[in-house]
Design a binder for this molecule. Sequence first.
Ligand code: TRP
Length: 450
Amino acid sequence: MAQQKSFSSNLGAIMAAVGSAVGLGNIWRFPYICGKYGGGAFLIVYLCFVFLLGSVLMMSEFVIGRRAQHTPIKAFQALCPKHKAWGLVGLLGIITSFFILSQYLVISGWTTGYVWNSISGTLASLGTDSGAISSFFKEFSTSQWDPVLFLSVFAVLALVIILGGVQKGIENVSKVLMPLLVLLVLVLCVRSLTLPGAGKGVEYLFSPDFTKLTGEGVLAALGQALFSLSVGMGVLLVYGSYIPVNDNIFKTAMWITACDTLIAVLAGLAIFPAVFSCGFEPAGGPGLVFHVLPNVFNTMGTTGTIFASIFFVLLMVAAITSAISLLEALTAWFSEHTGTRRVVGALLFFVLTTALGILFSLSLGSLSHIKIAGLCLFDFVDRMNSIYLPPLCALGTIIFFGWVLPEEDVKDELSNHGTLKIGYYRLFRFLARYVVPVALLVVLVAGMLS
Ligand code: TRP
């Protein structure tokens, strides 16, 4: 029953999971909300959430995956054969991965397009005219063909990596791309921090202001802590099943959490000092990446083209390693479920998610008249993907882990059959059974009310 696939080393497992965790969220969301809700004050709360709650969820997915040696649905059923209905949590994970990947492809496509536009000089030719930069993005993202073309290029890249397999594809690519990502972000940090007036950006990010840390800010920290670690969609469960048997799951999770957080902070240092130095207002999301930053780069003159290219390559690297983790979860699940070769599942989900991604992309332009609950398709799926699906799947996972899975199994898996000390266990168990489920409920309810 053991699955034959596995990462070749602990380093490989860590790199692959960091690749999944580090995504657009680290770059366009974390720095902005950090500054908005009180800088250093927000950071303290975020660190508590990500290490105490996010990493517990991550460990629960790793334990379930590695113990069961199965993909999401079967993993739950194998660990609880009496109640096969727990497989539904796995199914929810698969559905979540499917929709997140389809939507992620759209934004990744824009990013790929901006890599091209920055290298080819198109972006630089817009100059420092904010209006021109904004309308360029609007035209680009709502046009019929460009986004579809770039989305497809990006999806093909992801497919090629997945077809390479777990070790030769995912692991080897992550081992190259993650150090490259760190290098790129460091280059941008040096540039950004040496601009005149950079100090204001550092102040925005770090100077603690507890008055800005509102309830909304605490909630944003919690949501970001969960989103950023990619928990709640079965992806880490699948990666967990590839973690070598003698790896320490606790240490692995701590490393991943630390790297993910560090890269988010570095992204902030690469972005906000430059934004403030050039006299722009802080922003987050697509507004930051596709409006503010191109303007910042263009005010730097000719070297701006180089830094713009570095930035968009960085963003694309972050996106591709997240996209492959999603495609891998779907591929692995399909091939286990149907007994077919990997290539079948990979191609099937490549086609399905690309098609859906194209539909979402067109829903921002020519198909914007199609509405669900008053929202265009893209906005609808964005809401599902951020508010409902991941917290729900995470909640199912942690309840299963904390209340259904026998405690001996958990201890046995965390201690590698008694060979590792697990001094953290009592705190861990308390968090997993009580604190994390309550936190997830809060996120879910607050999201619904928003
Ligand atoms: N963690 C990613 C980010 O910070 C986003 C994300 C959430 C994700 N869930 C995922 C990526 C699952 C890959 C797989 O941007």
